[in-house]
Ligand binder design. Structure first.
Ligand code: DQA
Length: 145
């Protein structure tokens, strides 16, 4: 089983961004935690981060056909990234949306997500653990389909 783990704009700056919202870990530290969990669950994970919407679409087009699911934190693209939404939808893969912060308790523009209705579910406000919960859920979801 192979899961794509995608992070959008500015998430390469985790650790430097507001720690009260996003925690103190850097993206590579979060990816290491996901990798450890993936080894336990016997899942291959492929990580990708970009600050550019089109690069994420290119990554999806190149890697979806031989993958089984997607976990994505689209960053700010969550709120307006229609070509990202289309790319995710075209992949036809089961998808979980993750946010480190609780997007529903912040500015009102953050509570709108253009990917939530094509996702199995959305995990918000649980910090980096959200990715771990998403990985466990997705493995079970794919195994039992
Ligand atoms: C975020 C929430 C977004 O609103 C914001 O633009 C981000 C990070 C989160 O993980 O909480 O960059 O996706």
């Amino acid at each position: 089983m192979r899961i794509l783990i995608i992070n959008g704009p500015n998430l390469n700056f985790l650790g430097k961004r507001d720690r009260s919202l996003y925690g103190s870990l850097e993206l590579n530290e979060i990816e290491n935690k996901i990798k450890s969990e993936a080894i336990k669950l016997d899942i291959d994970v492929l990580f990708f981060q970009s600050n550019h919407e089109g690069d994420i679409v290119d990554f999806l087009q190149s890697n979806s056909s031989n993958s089984n699911g997607i976990i994505i934190n689209p960053g700010a693209l969550t709120h307006y990234g229609i070509s990202l939404r289309d790319g995710l939808s075209d992949s036809k893969l089961p998808l979980i949306e993750v946010h480190l912060s609780n997007i529903h308790s912040r500015e009102s523009f953050r509570s709108k997500s253009v990917v939530s209705d094509i996702s199995i579910g959305q995990i918000v406000g649980l910090g980096w653990n959200g990715y771990i919960y998403a990985l466990n859920f997705l493995k079970n979801y794919i195994d039992t389909k």
